[in-house]
Design a protein around this ligand. Structure first.
Ligand code: PEP
Ligand code: MN
Length: 247
């Protein structure tokens, strides 16, 4: 039941919570995504938070939960690593290794994941130019790993209605200047759940290779990023809308 590889022409949907919070939470999400035949499950175990007092993620406990859900429903797991010392140990739990916006220029981390033989989802730094982002990908590639997926997640501008300004023009720019697939993250890119659907439609129209979307069974109770997470009904509606446009 595996889909094509990301970047092979299909519009890939990756979904899951910002953070893995418990087995029960992930089981609900796993059951739900499986019922919609979404095959890529995201979930942060190591959370880079602005405040040290915020929930930092369950760490390896979170990765173990992801693996249990993966084995039960046959998902591909997308999860972030933040520390080069964790990469080797995290390897067996993660199918697509995410490098977060705050670590786009953590060159030691980039070199470490460049030595792995799994795809790297490289998010754009929130203050990075497209050139700097492509150079960050070069750090990974130079170590031998060419399996890189770029992810536009918005940049900081003076505009504060949205959490970030989603720089959608990076899609055609990346397409014409590199061979990498590119995903859009409409959740962090807008920071507002009502903008996730229009941003996803825009991603599809521009020829992006897919989207990565935050969902939660009860967004108001989420331990991180609940305000931008879709509940199950909202996500189901998004999938239906996208399917309608695709055919
Ligand atoms: C995330 O995907 O939950 C995340 C922290 O994203 P970013 O690195 O883009 O802020
Ligand atoms: Mn998040």
């Amino acid at each position: 039941m595996n889909r094509l590889k990301i970047g092979d022409g299909d519009f890939t949907i990756i979904a899951g919570p910002c953070a893995v919070e418990s087995y029960e939470q992930m089981e609900k999400i796993g059951y739900f995504l499986d019922s919609l035949n979404v095959r890529y499950l995201r979930g942060g175990a190591f959370k880079p938070r602005t405040s040290p007092d915020s929930f930092q993620g369950l760490g390896f406990e979170g990765l173990k939960i992801l693996k249990e859900i993966k084995n039960k429903y046959n998902f591909k797991i997308v999860s972030e690593v933040t520390d080069p010392r964790d990469v080797e140990k995290a390897y067996e739990y993660i199918d697509i290794i995410q490098i977060g916006s705050r670590n786009m220029q953590n060159f030691i981390l980039l070199k470490e994941v460049g030595k792995q033989d799994k795809p790297i989802l490289l998010k754009r730094g929130m203050s990075a130019t497209i050139k700097e982002w492509i150079m960050a990908a070069e750090y990974v590639r130079n170590e031998g790993n060419e399996n890189i997926i770029l992810c536009e997640r918005g940049i900081r501008t003076f505009e504060d209605y949205t959490r970030n300004t989603l720089d959608l023009m990076s899609v055609p720019i990346i397409k014409s200047n590199t061979k990498y697939p590119i995903l859009i993250d409409p959740s962090h890119g807008t920071g507002r759940r009502e903008l996730v659907l229009p941003a996803t439609k825009a991603a599809l129209a521009l020829g992006a290779d897919g989207v990565i979307i935050e969902i939660h069974p009860e967004p108001s109770k989420a331990l991180s990023d609940g305000f931008q997470s879709l509940d199950f009904d909202e996500f189901k509606k998004l999938i239906n809308e996208i399917e309608k446009i695709k055919v």
